[in-house]
Design a protein around this ligand. Structure first.
Ligand SMILES: Cc1ncc(COP(=O)(O)O)c(C=O)c1O
Length: 352
């Protein structure tokens, strides 16, 4: 039976990417060797890394603008500490916008490095909205925000303006919508939503901001070292980087971020439209801040839960159970999710 995969991450990837990746695990580039058994220093793999980095900058429109793209291990969670290590000055201060569990984890790590000012938080509302009208201090080294809050289904529509550096965790919405990416000095994102398998994290960094903290940085945590070694300071996560490259190529062939954004808006409108018009459901995030990637919603009549869950199971719907801290349902509708799968879910909601 066809499955409709609404998982929050790891999550759906384009079918053709999975097919190509599985072929390459057996025989890569007709070498009669697997992608995962050749040297990361071989010409064939170096070309993969180069292309992945190139596609990132091209798709984000950051080519020739002083940015580097690197692929590291350790998950987006490692960036929670690499960011302050690399740009928070000794005795410096940074500001954080607290919009969810991942923001607060980033704050916890940053506090190990300096003075952290939480400029605004929606914690008291169980993070169901993005705070607005807050003041950003001017004496900070950087401001950190999370563009999309995977658990709560909220998304920043308008990014804070600051003369300091702006850092963004884009783990769950990178490559999904048009933005002026040059407003950010560091963007980081775990691969396992819109890019590829878990195991690598993309970091896009404006090179001129580095090397100014006065800190000694261990080599593996130093962005400058990874950039100078073209993301090959140590053995990179070869398979996740390869699949990310294929997914980025898939996105480029589709027409890039402009094209995917239109599809993502249509998908989100279809699902939110049903949530808003069907009295059996209600959205859990504030309307103005709703995410186009993670749609969180609740049943208005809990007695229908068993029936709806059974209907979903029978229709091949996978991964829509809400996160335990929000409850209800979460349909993650990342780039690779076809609108047809959302229609299947909407039809069931109507049938209920
Ligand atoms: C917005 C956001 N940031 C950070 C993370 C943590 O990523 P990782 O598990 O790669 O460390 C996640 C994971 O879901 C996330 O959604």
């Amino acid at each position: 039976m066809k499955k409709h995969n609404f998982s929050a991450g790891p999550c759906i990837l384009p079918q053709e990417v999975l097919e190509q990746a599985s072929k390459s695990v057996i025989n890569f580039n007709n070498l009669n060797l697997s992608l995962i058994e050749i040297s990361h220093r071989s010409a064939d793999f170096v070309a993969v890394m180069d292309k992945a980095q190139d596609l990132v900058l091209e798709l984000l429109d950051l080519k020739d603008k002083g940015y580097s793209a690197i692929f590291l291990g350790g998950g987006a969670s490692l960036e929670f500490l690499m960011v302050p290590y690399n740009i928070l000055k000794k005795d410096g201060k940074a500001a954080y916008l607290d919009t969810g569990a991942w923001s607060s984890k980033a704050i916890k790590e940053a506090k190990l490095f300096g003075d952290i000012d939480i400029v605004a938080s929606s914690k008291a509302d169980n993070y169901n909205n993005i705070p607005k009208n807050y003041t950003i201090p001017t004496d900070i080294d950087y401001l950190h925000c999370t563009s999309n809050n995977t658990i709560y289904g909220t998304q920043i529509k308008e990014f804070p303006k600051t003369d300091s550096l702006l850092v963004c965790d884009m783990s769950s919405d990178i490559f999904s919508r048009k933005l002026d990416f040059s407003q950010f000095d560091i963007i980081y994102a775990g691969a396992q939503k819109n890019m590829g398998p878990a195991g690598t994290t993309l970091i896009v960094v404006k090179e001129e901001i580095l090397g100014k903290t006065g800190r000694q940085i261990p080599s593996m945590l130093d962005y400058q070292i990874h950039i100078s070694k073209d993301s090959m300071f140590n053995t990179p996560p070869v398979f996740p980087v390869y699949v990310s490259m294929l997914t980025l190529q898939w996105l480029k062939d589709l027409g890039g971020i402009d094209a995917i954004e239109k599809k993502n808006i249509a998908k989100a409108e279809l699902l939110y439209g049903e949530i808003d018009s069907n009295p059996l459901f209600k959205g859990s995030a504030a309307k103005a801040d709703r995410s186009n990637m993670n749609v969180t919603f609740l049943l208005t009549d809990e007695n229908k839960k068993e029936q709806f869950d059974q209907m979903c199971k029978e229709a091949g719907i996978n991964g829509i159970k809400g996160h335990r801290s929000v409850g209800g349902y979460r349909a993650s509708i990342y780039n690779a999710m076809p609108i047809e799968s959302i229609q299947v879910l909407v039809d069931l909601m109507q049938k209920l």
